[in-house]
Design a binder for this molecule. Structure first.
Ligand code: SF4
Length: 219
């Protein structure tokens, strides 16, 4: 067996604990072996009658979910379709009252808590309140032992790596992690770490569906 097989075996076993922990905290939770299975689950959950939006997410790109929704005539609110900054701001606000909001999570603790960091805040705002339903897609690489470990993962792995992506595909941000790759707990105006949100319970029950995927997705 390859090293990768051992990781998949371990994650498959661990996922059973995480799914139960999420359900105990009133999330709906689904486990998928592959990103393709996760996409199939989402196809079952969403309809063309509802409005659908999403937060910026490498995981959603890797799983092909947003591409599928855009190309198949779903009623999407897609801020990347905006032609001006004003239109983008308007679409971000509209996304906060959509029917279904898709996102990933920066980290999930083994006891079923979600940890997310956001700069603009639209992603965590939608997670907390607004959309009728939230679907979180996360690779098993996002699972951390404790909620403290999940916070550390979000701050010390997800955020500095996201910063490299933002610098490359958007515009350069003046933050310590842009230069060192390490979080320095900055208060720069360019920081992407304005909001740090722990979701310890899903309220109302079942509003948030977490789809755990046994693949390395996002960071
Ligand atoms: S250095 Fe600043 S922007 Fe970078 S991860 Fe830390 S708090 Fe976030």
């Amino acid at each position: 067996m390859s090293e990768n097989t051992y990781i998949k075996e371990r994650n498959s076993k661990l996922s059973q604990k995480v799914v139960k922990a999420l359900q105990k905290r009133h999330f709906s939770a689904i486990y998928c072996e592959t990103a393709a299975e996760a996409l199939d689950e989402i196809k079952k959950l969403v309809t063309k009658e509802e409005t659908i939006s999403w937060g910026g997410s490498v995981t959603l790109e890797q799983t092909g979910i947003t591409k599928y929704l855009i190309e198949n005539g779903y009623n999407v609110i897609n801020r990347d379709s905006a032609k001006t900054p004003e239109e983008k701001a308007q679409l971000l606000r509209k996304g906060l009252v959509c029917d279904t909001f898709l996102m990933s999570s920066n980290a999930i603790s083994e006891d079923g808590q979600l940890v997310n960091i956001d700069g603009t805040g639209n992603r965590v705002a939608a997670l907390c309140y607004g959309p009728k339903r939230v679907i979180v897609v996360a690779g098993m690489n996002k699972v951390a032992k404790t909620v403290e470990d999940a916070l550390s993962r979000a701050r010390n792995i997800a955020a500095p790596v996201n910063m490299q992506r933002i610098n490359a595909v958007m515009s350069h941000r003046e933050t310590p992690c842009s230069y060192t790759g390490s979080c320095a707990d900055c208060v720069s105006e360019d920081s992407i770490c304005a909001q740090i949100v722990t979701t310890r319970l899903c309220k109302p029950a079942g509003k948030i569906t977490v789809i755990l995927v046994n693949e390395e997705l996002g960071y």
